[in-house]
Design a protein around this ligand. Structure first.
Ligand code: NAP
Length: 252
């Protein structure tokens, strides 16, 4: 039976790490998980002042938060962030692989260095973080990847590298779900559509795409965070290997 405190704080006692958590979708996820009672560590690279403000905001509200500077493309630093989370909180239950980058240009203008950078941050880092975190998780652990609906439906030219990495994340999610099921860990992939952040501002270069969205608007970062909170909760224990589109119907 649920008590008032477990209803209000369904993630009380859970320990989470969110990559790229100082701004955008990641910051919304950090706030939501902390608001639901989890202790939340998050990584950042450039957004140091936002990271510090977010930690203060969560602590002022009585929560626990930790900002760790770690570039996801520096795999030793990323593994170090997982280790620091475990050392600081006494374990890890929820890993959210959110950090991501995009680049839009004709396929024949991408350099192989750009290819490697998108693969490193959007795909290889997901694998590295799971390798570091999952063996430390108890049954009930959660791996949540932030992919993109672009893995399934890409209405823009020039998106070859980003789409490739996000499609690979969907495949990796399915394969890891099978690998980690015996440990009682679920692995899921949340695929946002057009979400208003620095990466994709409502008035930015992708804005015309909003006309194709049945619900007729961009999504909010908090609308991705609410799905992360649900997947993190015990109620979602039978969902694994899924790619879940949160896109206002844009891919139907
Ligand atoms: N916005 C959308 O419409 C949309 C749609 C589909 C999927 N997504 C996915 O959602 C995730 C978050 O996107 P967003 O819209 O919130 O993007 P954003 O506003 O551009 O924020 C990107 C976040 O990723 C972090 N990051 C970038 N490179 C990093 C690296 N090398 N190491 C560690 N962190 C790094 C940034 O950290 P710093 O600021 O500290 O550098 C920042 O926190 C991404 O995986 C993105 O692909 C977004």
């Amino acid at each position: 039976m649920q008590t008032t405190s477990t209803m209000n704080k369904p993630l009380a006692g859970r320990k989470a790490l969110v990559t790229g958590g100082a701004r955008g979708i990641g910051a919304a996820i950090v706030k939501r998980l902390a608001g639901d009672g989890a202790s939340v560590a998050f990584t950042y690279v450039s957004a140091q002042s936002k990271a510090e403000e977010l930690v203060q905001e969560i602590k002022s509200a009585g929560g626990q938060a930790l900002a760790i500077r770690a570039d996801s493309a520096d795999f030793e630093a990323l593994k170090g962030a997982v280790e620091e989370t475990i050392q600081s909180f006494g374990g890890i239950d929820i890993l959210v692989n959110n950090a991501g980058i995009t680049s839009l240009k004709p396929y024949d203008q991408f350099t192989l260095e750009e290819f490697d950078q998108l693969v490193a941050v959007n795909l290889k880092a997901v694998f590295v973080a799971v390798q570091a975190a999952a063996p430390q998780m108890k049954p009930g652990g959660r791996v949540i990847n932030i992919g993109s609906v672009a893995a399934e439906f890409n209405p823009f030219p020039g998106n070859s590298l980003y789409v490739s990495t996000k499609a690979a994340v969907a495949g990796l999610t399915r394969a890891l779900a099978r690998d980690l099921a015996p440990q009682g860990i679920t692995v899921n992939n949340i695929q946002p559509g057009m979400i208003d952040t620095d990466m994709n501002p409502e008035n930015g270069p992708y804005a015309s795409g909003a006309q194709m969205i049945p619900l007729g608007r961009y999504g909010k970062a908090s609308e991705i965070a609410s799905m992360v909170a649900y997947i993190s909760s015990p109620e979602a224990g039978y969902i694994t290997g899924a790619s879940l589109n949160i896109d206002g119907g844009g891919s139907v």
